[in-house]
Write a protein that binds this ligand. Structure first.
Ligand code: HEC
Ligand code: HEC
Length: 324
């Protein structure tokens, strides 16, 4: 009763202001020093799609995290300014709002901390902050919006905060899996239901791909053939050698190739990797072991991921008009 009374006075205006998260996802937490507003999100969206943030005006965040390609980009390794390639696969930006740490190795704490990294990375956008801030201040449309949103000219902090606020709107939920969980038994095919049972049971996937975002936000070495030391470089703990952050599996059918090194081309190859039980390297996670499941089970697991975790309300955000 009290709640509904409160709601009459408060809930309606709040819900009109900010879109709710898709079904099945928890509320996105906004940092206290970066409260979100529709104007800030609109500004962050322009910056996200703007190649003028790069050294030669060719690369934007969307070049490697493209909405048309699952907010990843389909290449094994990301290609930045001048065609230079890094050693890691572009992860999707979808639901990155829910991770406790950002990057495969978790070296950034928040989306705000993360956002300025790629701009300055010589093999990504190859720009310096000393150059990009005055460059953006010369674009009247940005200067005006920064004044409105932050009460300042374009600043580093403002760029990071606006992009992060936009990224927190890139969400995928309300998939057939969520509908099924909420009681709609027709939402998943029988094969997908069998796959789901395996995922949460015998195949042990949910040991790490857990919770509404299918990620424990923790680091594991899953036994891939890779020289990348992953989390170890940050934590210096021997057990973290080769450990990477568990990625979300939402919209996973859109983001091939897979893994930090893009080494597995299809979901069938991914499942075959887990069935084999990794490569038994010295720091392989104990939750990775050879699975005793049939070929049909493997196919069902793939069906569950493809069908169950693809949402009809996929965040298919288009490039906005950029300010002049
Ligand atoms: C040249 C390609 C490229 C560009 C341009 C690029 N990224 Fe990335 N992004 C990557 C790669 C590769 C990683 C993974 C790097 C790692 O983990 O070491 C990554 C990681 C991320 C992550 C972490 C996601 C996670 O699951 O931890 C976010 C968020 C992100 N990028 C956002 C951005 C934003 C915002 C921009 C623009 C300011 C941007 N990226 C520009 C390639 C790129
Ligand atoms: C021990 C924890 C753990 C278990 C168990 C586990 N995963 Fe993973 N999964 C991860 C981690 C960590 C990665 C990223 C590894 C890397 O790139 O080095 C990953 C990556 C993936 C990817 C690729 C995601 C992407 O964006 O590239 C898929 C798909 C996947 N797992 C599906 C599964 C399935 C299906 C199962 C069960 C058969 C499973 N996982 C079991 C931790 C786990």
């Amino acid at each position: 009763m009290l709640r509904s009374l409160l709601c009459v006075s408060f809930c309606l205006p709040v819900s009109l202001m900010l879109a709710a998260e898709p079904a099945g996802l928890p509320a996105v937490v906004h940092p206290a020093d970066n409260p979100t507003t529709p104007e800030k999100i609109a500004l962050g969206k322009q910056l996200y799609f703007d190649p003028r943030l790069s050294g030669d005006d060719t690369i934007s965040c969307a070049s490697c995290h493209d909405p048309a390609k699952g907010w990843s980009n389909g290449d094994q390794f990301a290609t930045g300014v001048g065609g230079l390639k890094g050693g890691r696969n572009s992860p999707t930006v979808i639901n990155s709002a829910y991770y406790k740490l950002q990057f495969w190795d978790g070296r950034a704490k928040t989306l705000e901390d993360q956002a300025l990294g790629p701009i300055q990375n010589p093999i990504e956008m190859k720009m310096t902050l000393e150059e990009v801030i005055p460059k953006l201040n010369k674009i009247a449309g940005y200067k005006e919006q920064f004044q409105k949103v932050f009460g300042t000219d374009v600043t580093e902090v403002g760029v990071a905060r606006a992009i992060a606020a936009f990224e927190r709107t890139v969400l995928s939920g309300d998939a057939p899996y969520d509908k099924f969980k909420a009681g709609d038994k027709a939402a998943l095919s029988e094969a997908a239901q069998r796959g789901m049972k395996l995922f949460f049971g015998k195949a042990n996937c949910s040991a790490c791909h857990s919770g509404p975002n299918f990620s424990d936000s923790a680091f594991h070495n899953i036994g891939l053939d890779s020289a990348d030391e992953g989390r170890f470089v940050i934590s210096k703990m021997t057990g973290d050698k080769g450990a990477m952050k568990t990625p979300t599996l939402r919209e996973i059918a859109r983001t091939a190739p897979y893994m930090h090194n893009g080494s597995l081309k299809t979901l069938e190859e991914v499942v075959a990797h887990y069935v084999k039980g990794g490569n038994n390297n010295p720091t392989q996670d104990e939750e990775i072991f050879a699975l005793k499941i049939s070929k049909e089970d493997e196919a069902d697991l793939v069906t569950f991921m493809k069908e169950g975790l693809a949402s009809a309300s996929y965040p298919n955000i288009e490039k906005p008009e950029l300010p002049k």
